[in-house]
Design a binder for this molecule. Structure first.
Ligand SMILES: [Cu+2]
Length: 356
């Protein structure tokens, strides 16, 4: 009898606990989702637009919000809004807006949440002349704190490290005299730093010498990596964000014309990157700060934020690769091509004979 009573009691206890656990199990996820997730818009396989607050199970159909053209970025320099101060100094004003909710199709079918300065990765190439006053009106429209940290010479309070700019419209005005001459990165400096960098909050800042540089076909290459599965290893590498882009769309340059490339390595997680150029050698100015090149080479090695200026010409027309000589990087996208045209009006490589 006592045994039956005990068994009944146990069964009742099991039923009640099962009931309570079920309630918690079924209601808690909804409570958590409601508390933390905003509805998001997705495209379904059939192309229908739906809203969901659930996890993204099929990122292939996430709608992309960033349009980025690496060919346009390559030769696009932002000189700011220019005015003269009473003492004759040139003032260059820039408005830079940070956002962290954009999605970009970084490779066919691969979507990635990019954090952007003015809507792209990398952000705009900011360009000034040594001695100019640079004023950056920075607005943070993101959901996290961000800053702009410029490499170069400036006062401590303009360093973009100890003054995080709050989300949802926070503002800060960075102001400093452009210098030294050279090519420098800028990037967000909010912790965890690697997260803010690998998502794309960086760009290039060029300071020209007052006397200028010899005329050249100038371009910017930011060497970057994309960790699309968040395991702190890069899944893709590139020059200017889109893997293999300049291999499929060769950069057209002219025979015997001086080419000047401002190259900046922003690859996170991997300690080194490198750049090998085929068919010619380049004069290399580390950080671009000296007027005399340090190397005449076809290969440089760069750690993160190391950068410099490459100058070269081609003696023969045709197609030439440039790529990481770290084969893993080139096989995952960091490879491109120059198409050297004999005649500037030439539209394609037809007419060029190989191996004859
Ligand atoms: Cu940031």
């Amino acid at each position: 009898m006592h045994l039956v009573k005990t068994m009944k009691g146990k069964m009742l206890l099991t039923l009640i606990s099962g009931f309570i656990i079920s309630i918690i199990y079924f209601s808690l996820p909804f409570l958590v989702i409601e508390a933390t997730e905003e509805p998001k818009t997705f495209l379904t396989h059939s192309g229908a637009v739906i809203q969901t607050s659930g996890d993204v199970l099929d990122p292939l159909y996430v709608a992309s919000t960033v349009e980025f053209d690496p060919m346009e970025y390559l030769r696009e320099f932002n000189y700011g809004r220019v005015s003269q101060l009473p003492d004759g100094t040139t003032l260059r004003e820039f408005t830079i807006i940070a956002e962290d909710d954009k999605v970009m199709e970084v490779s066919p079918g691969v979507f990635y949440n990019v954090w952007t300065f003015n809507g792209t990765v990398p952000g705009p190439t900011i360009r000034a002349t040594e001695g100019d006053l640079v004023r950056i009106n920075f607005i943070n429209n993101g959901a996290k704190s961000h800053t702009m940290h410029f490499h170069g010479i400036h006062p401590a309070e303009m360093d973009g490290v100890f003054e995080p700019v709050g989300p949802g419209g926070g503002q800060f005005t960075y102001e400093f005299t452009a210098g030294p001459v050279g090519v420098h990165p800028y990037h967000c400096h909010v912790m965890p730093l690697e997260e803010h960098i690998v998502h794309g909050l960086y760009g290039v800042y060029i300071v020209d010498p007052k006397e200028g540089r010899p005329a050249a076909d100038e371009m910017v290459m930011v060497l970057n990596g994309l960790d699309t599965d968040f395991d702190t290893e890069n899944n893709f590498y590139a020059a200017n964000t889109i893997p293999f882009y300049y291999q499929h769309h060769p950069i057209q340059i002219n025979l015997n014309e001086l080419i000047r490339v401002y190259v900046v390595n922003m690859v996170e997680f991997d300690p080194i990157n490198n750049l090998h150029l085929h068919g010619t050698l380049y004069h290399y100015y580390p950080t671009g700060t000296d007027t005399v090149p340090s190397f005449y080479t076809d290969m440089i090695t760069l750690s993160q934020t190391e950068r410099g200026i490459m100058e070269f010409k081609y003696d023969y027309p045709g197609k030439y690769l440039f790529h990481a000589h770290k084969v893993e990087f080139s096989e995952k996208g960091w490879i491109g091509m120059f198409l050297v045209k004999e005649n500037p009006d030439q539209k394609s490589q037809s007419g060029i004979e190989y191996g004859t």
